[in-house]
Design a binder for this molecule. Structure first.
Ligand SMILES: Nc1ncnc2c1ncn2[C@@H]1O[C@H](COP(=O)(O)OP(=O)(O)OP(=O)(O)O)[C@@H](O)[C@H]1O
Length: 196
């Protein structure tokens, strides 16, 4: 369970979160809110990739000193070294986080034929697949996916949903949080929707 207590976040003089408090109880949760309300920023703060002025972010009651060890995130906002090929980006991540090459996930997304393409030359759907592969391969207890179905074709969404069906099986404390503007398919697979 993720708890957010008294969060304050602003960009310059623009306040995005002021004394924001939430408990994310459902194991599989979809956060819904209009554009620009702060969903991506919240996921980035939870992943330890965005700073905040004050507040507490608690994971099963604890603050994380090294969030990258327990939280994996996929988001268009995370800049990848786009002069590298997809294979090189995945290898980099695999070496950095000490996880195996994600053969099954790469196959499942039919991504093999794009491995030797530079990340910046991939289509938006294939960039999304690469971001998802990078997050899913880490098998972290907390998985944050920012608009995971955006730009994906139907077969890839179906494959992602089957992966998410299984994801928490051996992670009793784990949680999947996604943001999504069209959550119907995720709701069918057990996601609970909640407003930001
Ligand atoms: N690095 C930044 N510097 C300044 N403002 C920022 C920065 N990142 C985000 N913002 C602003 O914070 C607000 C929330 O952005 P965010 O991307 O978190 O919203 P969102 O709910 O995910 O939107 P969408 O549904 O369009 O993806 C927006 O007004 C955005 O312009």
């Amino acid at each position: 369970m993720i708890q957010i207590k008294g969060l304050h976040k602003q960009f310059g003089h623009s306040i995005l979160y002021e004394n924001y408090n939430r408990e994310f109880l459902a194991p599989k949760l979809c956060i819904e809110a209009p554009n620009g309300q702060g969903k991506t920023t919240l996921l980035m703060m939870l992943a330890g990739l965005e700073t905040y002025e004050s507040g507490e972010l608690l994971f099963s009651g604890n603050t994380l000193t090294e969030p990258h060890k327990q939280v994996a995130i996929a988001s268009d906002c995370i800049a990848l070294p786009d002069f590298l090929t997809a294979k090189q980006v995945i290898n980099l991540s695999s070496n950095t986080f000490g996880c195996r090459w994600p053969t099954a996930i790469v196959d499942g997304f039919h991504f093999n034929e794009f491995l030797n393409t530079r990340f910046d030359a991939l289509s938006s759907g294939n960039q999304k697949k690469c971001q998802l592969i990078l997050a899913l391969m880490r098998d972290a207890p907390y998985l944050l996916l920012d608009e995971p179905s955006a730009a994906l074709d139907q077969a890839s969404i179906a494959y992602l949903l089957t992966l998410l069906d299984e994801y928490l099986v051996h992670k009793p404390q784990g949680q999947i949080i996604i943001t999504c503007h069209e959550p119907a398919a995720f709701v069918k697979h057990g996601f609970e929707c909640m407003p930001l």
